[in-house]
Design a protein around this ligand. Structure first.
Ligand SMILES: NC(=O)c1ccc[n+]([C@@H]2O[C@H](COP(=O)([O-])OP(=O)(O)OC[C@H]3O[C@@H](n4cnc5c(N)ncnc54)[C@H](OP(=O)(O)O)[C@@H]3O)[C@@H](O)[C@H]2O)c1
Length: 275
C-alpha cells in the first residue's frame, strides 16, 4: 500500500505565544504596476497555516508572488519573504482566535484561508493508542475547524471568501497504519461540503485539495528503492513538487473558481483515481 504522507510528526512544540513576525520583505506584499493590459486584481488578505515549511510554504510564496497580503499561523521557524507570521498552535483555540485578530488588525479582513497544517502519527490499528488517534484529529480536523470558524466571521461580514482545506489522497484511498490520519483527512470533505451548504449563499466557497506524494524533506529521506516502488504505482511516474499543490490551491482561491464549491481536487498524478 502506498502511503504518500506516512511519517511521524509529533506536536511537541513550544506553547503558543501569539508573537507576530513582521514581513522581512514588505515590498513583496505591495501590488506592483500592471505589466500587461490585464487589470491587476486587488490584493487580498490570505492566511495559510503552517507556511514555515513544505507545502504551506510553497502556497504562501505563490500568494505573495500574486501580490496578495499573506499571513500564517505557525509554531516557529523562518518564513518566506513577505509573509506575516502570527505564532499559534492550531490545537489552541485562544491562540488561533488571537492570531486571526492580529492578522486582521495588521492586514485587514481575511478573504482566503488555506488550512494546511497537518501531522501524521502512523501506527497499526491494534497498537494505536487513544492519544495517537486523538492528537492527529486535534491538529488535522479540529485545528482546521478552529481556523475555519474564526476566518468565516469576517468572510460572512464581507459576503465573500475562499476556504481551501488540505486533505490527502489517503483520506479517500486509505492507508495501512493510518486510520487516524485517513479519518482526519476524509472528514475534511464533509466539512467543506457542510460549509458550502451553510455559507454558499454568502459568496463563500469551500473546497478540498487532496495531494498525493509530494517531494518534501520527509519523502527525500525515504530509501531510493522505496521511492522507486512508490513511483511505480503512480500513473504520472513521479512525485509532485510542493508548488504543484500550491497552483491548485491558488486556482480554487481565485475569482475564476467562484462557482466551484464542495469539490475535491486531487493533485496526485492519478494515484487516487476513482476514490
Ligand atoms: N507531503 C505529502 O506528501 C503530503 C501528501 C498529502 C497531504 N499532505 C498534507 O499537506 C499538508 C502539509 O504537508 P507537508 O508535507 O508540507 O508537511 P510538513 O512539511 O510536515 O509541514 C507540516 C506543517 O504543519 C505545521 N503544523 C503541524 N502541527 C501544527 C500545529 N499543531 N499547529 C500549527 N502548525 C502545525 C508544521 O509546523 P511545524 O514546522 O511547527 O511542525 C508545518 O508547518 C499537511 O496537512 C499534510 O497532511 C502532504
Amino acid at each position: 500500500m502506498v502511503t504518500p504522507d506516512c511519517d511521524t510528526h509529533d506536536t511537541d512544540q513550544p506553547a503558543s505565544t501569539n508573537q507576530t513576525q513582521h514581513p522581512t520583505n514588505q515590498e513583496a506584499t505591495v501590488p506592483t504596476a500592471p505589466t500587461s493590459d490585464q487589470p491587476v486584481p486587488a490584493p487580498r488578505t490570505v492566511v495559510v497555516t503552517g507556511a514555515n515549511r513544505g507545502i504551506g510554504r510553497a502556497i504562501a510564496e505563490r500568494f505573495v508572488a500574486n501580490g496578495d497580503r499573506v499571513a500564517t499561523l505557525y509554531r516557529g521557524g523562518d518564513l518566506p519573504d513577505g509573509v506575516l507570521g502570527a505564532v499559534a498552535d492550531v490545537t489552541d483555540t485562544a491562540a488561533v482566535d488571537a492570531a486571526f485578530t492580529q492578522i486582521e488588525q495588521e492586514l485587514g479582513a481575511v478573504e482566503v484561508l488555506v488550512a494546511n497544517a497537518g501531522v501524521t502519527r502512523d501506527q497499526l490499528l491494534m497498537r494505536m493508542s487513544d492519544e495517537e488517534f486523538t492528537s492527529v484529529l486535534d491538529v488535522n480536523l479540529t485545528g482546521t475547524f478552529r481556523c475555519v470558524r474564526r476566518a468565516s466571521k469576517g468572510m460572512i461580514r464581507q459576503r465573500r471568501g475562499r476556504i481551501v482545506l488540505i486533505s490527502s489522497v489517503i483520506g479517500l484511498y486509505g492507508g495501512a497504519g493510518q486510520v487516524n490520519y485517513a479519518a482526519s483527512k476524509a472528514a475534511l470533505v464533509g466539512m467543506a461540503r457542510s460549509i458550502t451548504r451553510e455559507l454558499g449563499g454568502r459568496g463563500i466557497t469551500a473546497n478540498v485539495v487532496a495531494p498525493g506524494f509530494i517531494e518534501t524533506a520527509m519523502t527525500a529521506q525515504l530509501p531510493q528503492e522505496r521511492q522507486d516502488a512508490y513511483k511505480a504505482t503512480i500513473p504520472a511516474g513521479r512525485f509532485a513538487q510542493p508548488d504543484e499543490v500550491a497552483a491548485a490551491v491558488q486556482f480554487l482561491a481565485s475569482d475564476e473558481a467562484g462557482y466551484i464549491s464542495g469539490a475535491v481536487l486531487p493533485v496526485d498524478g492519478g494515484l487516487g483515481m476513482g476514490h
